[in-house]
Design a protein around this ligand. Structure first.
Ligand code: KIV
Ligand code: ZN
Length: 521
């Protein structure tokens, strides 16, 4: 018997989230995110779209074999080929779900699918029946539901429930709904669809009008008991509903919403940081719940209020979401034991080998930087994990630059390729960083166009580590990369190598092109 107040958190960071341009992840990164989602306590992890690409299939298989606890899902169209691929991906998962979908709105029916209403119903029903031949747990999504005629939507939903769907998802695929219209749609379905009270109704909202979270909450108030969302709200275009905002709204406004989830909220911030690091997608400073400024109080009047009574200006405590203030913790003489204790306090359960690696990096950093803050340690862990993922096509061996007023900036670089060969080259540029980028391009033969370059300080102090984030355009798509260093030119070189390695080792162009061809959003 399900608890009527319990909302299922269906995370689609690895499927819909990964469809953010330039956010594609490699296999190791997807596994890392899946483990973090398990530790966070989500109920369902949509690990990919098995038929979309060999990379998706492989990731679903790996997550299914390794990540126990949540149910693992794959997206599938209503075809035998897609459902077979989903089975191939999920068969080793202790708990698995097949998520079939078909568009229902007039615009999709007429222009994308070129199918009449009765054919849509036939395909949807056949898709669910096919999926039920292999899976006990089948979800059906009426793609673009928010722009579908209510009567027709109700008919499709009723028929897929009869065919065996245990969850019916009502997506606002293009982020068109308003909280009132979306809630009306769900109420209409609740009232007019036979059998709807025996299944879970799910919401899946996109953020094109900035309403994904508001619409999801409105859907829950109208009876939905599953929310589909992503960490940091990543996803195609303006993204999906943000998991951390949804979960904290349920918790903070339980007085009104009266529902709960199984999410361990203190894991929200570390999970957000991890997803941001592996996708290269920055979290804006003022982002609710997980942005750097989410709990910062600048104005004197606020600070005074906070000191007198926290709740004057704070509706959630930073610790509830795992946000620890940047504290002065360690220095050059701190030992491995102190570092390990701090790692545990920050929520990182690392094995001995991983602690040794962070300790080595910590010692190197402590030689360059007097005070080491929590943010520095966290950055070392996440960057260390990224580097440990292996499969890097190029490593930085040596770098030197000369620049100054009236001289042409020059960079000379030595890189080591995956097969152990050292390659050197030099180049000039508009500045030292540009010269470094030109030299790396010459060595790797991967030409890119720089679209964005940002550097932010990770902690405080003159010797703070800088985190360099860049976005580049390559013939195969848009890529983002990041790196950390106390030296900004070296950090810039490493960030550039991060994107070069992403380009060299992945095939997002193929994956994205296939998804486009399949018409999924
Ligand atoms: O936005 C959408 O409609 C989707 C479905 C495929 C669930 O992502
Ligand atoms: Zn979607």
């Amino acid at each position: 018997m399900r608890d009527a107040d319990r909302v299922i958190i269906f995370d689609t960071t690895l499927r819909d989230g990964e469809q953010s341009p330039g956010a594609s992840m490699n296999l190791e990164q997807k596994l890392q995110v899946a483990r973090a989602l398990r530790d966070l306590g989500v109920d369902v992890i949509e690990a990919g779209f098995a038929a979309a690409s060999p990379g998706d299939l492989e990731a679903i298989q790996a997550v299914s074999r390794e990540v126990e606890g949540p149910s693992i899902a794959s997206l599938a169209r209503c075809t035998r080929g897609d459902i077979d691929a989903a089975w191939k991906g999920l068969k080793d998962a202790p708990r698995r779900r097949c998520h079939v979908f078909l568009a229902t709105s007039p615009i999709h029916r007429d222009f994308k699918l070129k199918l009449a209403k009765d054919e849509i119903i036939r395909r949807a029903v056949d898709g669910v029946k096919l999926a039920r031949e292999r899976f006990d747990d089948v979800e059906f999504s009426t793609e673009d539901a928010a722009r579908t005629e209510l009567e027709f939507l109700a008919e499709v939903v009723e028929r897929v429930i009869e065919a065996g769907a245990g969850t019916v998802n009502i997506p606002d695929t293009v982020g068109y709904a308003l909280p009132t219209t979306y809630a009306d749609t769900l109420r209409y379905l609740k009232k007019n669809v036979r059998g709807i009270d025996d299944v879970i109704v799910s919401v899946h909202c996109h953020n094109d009008l900035g309403l994904a979270v508001a619409n999801s909450l409105a859907g829950v108030m109208a009876g939905a008991r599953q929310v589909e969302c992503t960490i940091n709200g990543i996803g195609e275009r303006a993204g999906n509903a943000s998991l951390e905002e949804i979960v904290m709204a349920f918790r903070t406004r339980h007085d009104v919403l009266k529902v709960q989830t199984g999410v361990k909220t203190e894991r929200l911030y570390p999970t957000s940081r991890l997803v941001s690091q592996v996708t290269g997608l920055h979290v804006q400073r003022n982002k609710a719940i997980v942005g750097q400024n989410a709990f910062a109080h600048e104005a004197g009047i606020h600070q005074h209020g906070m000191l007198t009574h926290r709740e004057t200006y704070e509706i959630m405590r930073p610790e509830e979401v795992g946000f620890t203030k940047s504290q002065l913790v360690l220095g050059k003489h701190s030992g491995r034991h102190a570092l390990k204790e701090r790692l545990v306090a920050l929520g990182y359960a690392l094995d001995d080998a991983a602690v040794d690696k962070v300790f080595q990096d910590f010692k190197v950093l402590a030689d360059k930087k007097k005070d080491i803050y929590d943010a520095d340690i966290e950055a070392l862990v996440i960057h260390g994990q990224m580097l440990a993922q292996g499969g890097r096509a190029w490593e930085l061996e040596a770098l030197s630059t000369t620049s100054g007023t009236g001289t042409l900036p020059v960079a000379s670089i030595a890189l080591r390729s995956r097969d152990g060969e050292q390659r050197r080259d030099a180049a000039t540029g508009d500045g030292p960083v540009d010269a470094v980028y030109r030299a790396i391009e010459k060595i790797t033969g991967i030409p890119v166009k720089l679209r964005d370059y940002q550097i932010v300080s990770v902690s405080t102090g003159e010797d703070a580590q800088g985190e360099v984030s860049i976005e580049v355009e390559h013939a195969s798509g848009v890529y983002r990369g990041r790196a950390l260093s106390t030296d900004i030119v070296e950090g810039s070189a490493r960030a550039f190598l991060d994107v070069v390695n992403r380009i060299a080792l992945k095939t997002p162009a193929t994956d994205e092109a296939r998804r486009e061809e399949m018409g999924t959003v």
